[in-house]
Ligand binder design. Structure first.
Ligand SMILES: Cc1cc2nc3c(=O)[nH]c(=O)nc-3n(C[C@H](O)[C@H](O)[C@H](O)COP(=O)(O)O)c2cc1C
Length: 199
């Protein structure tokens, strides 16, 4: 059992989404004591940006790349290898400016690769990252889930589903920028939801 925890908050030790993700990972580790864990912090180590040059490199056969291009291709390939190996994925995702963190978008751009993580068939696209379970801890300063302002939940469902990951468990903690004890209560509620999860 390979576990992959991906933190995407830019707030380091202060991060609520990473804190909740860690609780989930600890629960998975307790359920699968022999599991191997990889923790990837996309804010500390951002994926390469899929710009025009990078796209060109990925479409250049390996034997025609120069050393710099090959090194860049290997950074993309390593992220694909990591997600292919993972059986359980825990994803901590804060809302920044009404969307997912830019680093997480860069990660999706890095791992979406035709014939490796998805393919086109006569009946439409098919995700190749199958048989995985994904747990997501989403944090918001406001209260947006189940409204059109929550761009994160539908996007994550679409993107992960496109890649073949359809077994998704969402934990939402909302109102974390609100005054009074709203934030504290939302965090405690999310922690209780994690504790009650059937892994
Ligand atoms: C740069 C930045 C932008 C933010 N934009 C939004 C936003 O658009 N909507 C929202 O509800 N909360 C927003 N927030 C609040 C965060 O979602 C909230 O603080 C959450 O706890 C962040 O998760 P984290 O603690 O894991 O970083 C923003 C916070 C930061 C730092």
């Amino acid at each position: 059992m390979n576990l992959l925890q991906i933190n995407t908050s830019i707030r380091g030790e202060q991060s609520h989404s990473s804190h909740l993700a860690t609780l989930l990972t600890e629960k998975l580790q307790a359920a699968y004591p022999d599991s191997e864990l990889i923790k990837r912090d996309l804010a500390q180590s951002a994926p390469p940006l899929l710009d025009g040059a990078a796209l060109g490199v990925l479409f250049t056969p390996a034997e025609q790349r120069d050393a710099e291009q090959q090194a860049l291709a290997e950074r993309f390939d390593a992220l694909i290898d990591e997600i292919q190996q993972a059986d359980r994925i825990v994803l901590g995702v804060p809302m920044y400016n009404f969307g997912i963190p830019a680093q997480l978008k860069a990660w999706f751009d890095a791992i979406a690769r035709a014939d490796l993580t998805f393919r086109y068939t006569e009946s439409g696209p098919e995700g190749l990252l199958r048989g995985k379970k994904v747990y997501l801890t989403l944090t918001y300063g406001g209260q947006h889930s189940d409204t059109p302002l929550d761009t994160m939940t539908p996007y994550l469902q679409t993107m992960l589903g496109f890649l073949g990951m359809t077994d998704l468990t969402f934990i939402h903690a909302e109102g974390l920028a609100r005054s009074g004890d709203v934030a504290e209560l939302a965090l405690r509620q999310a922690e209780l939801e994690i504790a009650a999860l059937e892994i």
